[in-house]
Design a binder for this molecule. Sequence first.
Ligand code: ATP
Length: 284
Amino acid sequence: PIHLSIWEFHHDDIELLAKKLGEGAFGEVRVGRMTTKDPKRAVGVVDVAVKMLKNASESVTRDQVEELMHEGRVMRRLDHPNVLRSYGVSVLREPLYLMSELCSNGALREYLKENYKTITLADKLNFVIGSARGVEYLHSQKLIHRDLAVRNILLSEDKTPKISDFGLAKLTDRYEMTEHCKIPVRYLAPETLELYVFTPKTDVFSFGCVIWEIYENGQQPHDGKNAQTIRAQVKKREFLKLSPSAPDSLRRYVSEKVFVADPENRCSMTGIVQCVEKVEKSGK
Ligand code: ATP
């Protein structure tokens, strides 16, 4: 028999339930019931989210398999309440499975769009604080996320935000990209658009867009504008402004320290965490 680590599972260890959670670029995400074999875990059976990679016959490319495995390897090292926990993979059979913590309230973007009438400012501040702590942790682990957006933040049963989607994440301080790759233009810092470089500071800029999206109830930044228009605006250093509904001190901080063209003058994630913790304490 093949020896499997605590991280690897057989398809038989996972019972797929009918509930579909969503659809990703390379397959669907379903609820599954997984039998764990980690002696440190008290419960032997746990409900999980199973990201399934379509069968090879359905045109899954090597790149996509590599991306899912990469996502699993990255997530495996991470342990923080605001970062989506991964339980392991099952790759001896197709479709390949990646198992992660079940977030029953789904993606933050949809949650904001569907519940904007009832979400309070305190809820929004909690989304910002939790997500910021998650990204601060990623940076402490030398990880650049590269695709921060409310569509990539999930909400647990008790509405704790969890940073997810590590398909593009890189374990480095600085990552230079070839010009041809697909990039999420509406979230990118000027230096990424101009020099194709990603650093923790470029995540900070994208996190500014996440804050913007939270106070705009899940709207996309620069909605309706094409990539060329967005690039031209960024070139003129015209950046987003937070909604007037956001706390004053947070709005000021984001425009003075986050949406800043020079990465040297841009704050770190710790700066954002400290700012929002202060807002939470003072109530403004
Ligand atoms: P994208 O095309 O945005 O890159 P993807 O292929 O990386 O997507 P995900 O974004 O990981 O796929 O998952 C697609 C959707 O499935 C999410 O938007 C979310 O609604 C749901 N989903 C994914 N993981 C979970 C989870 N752990 N708990 C609950 N829902 C989840």
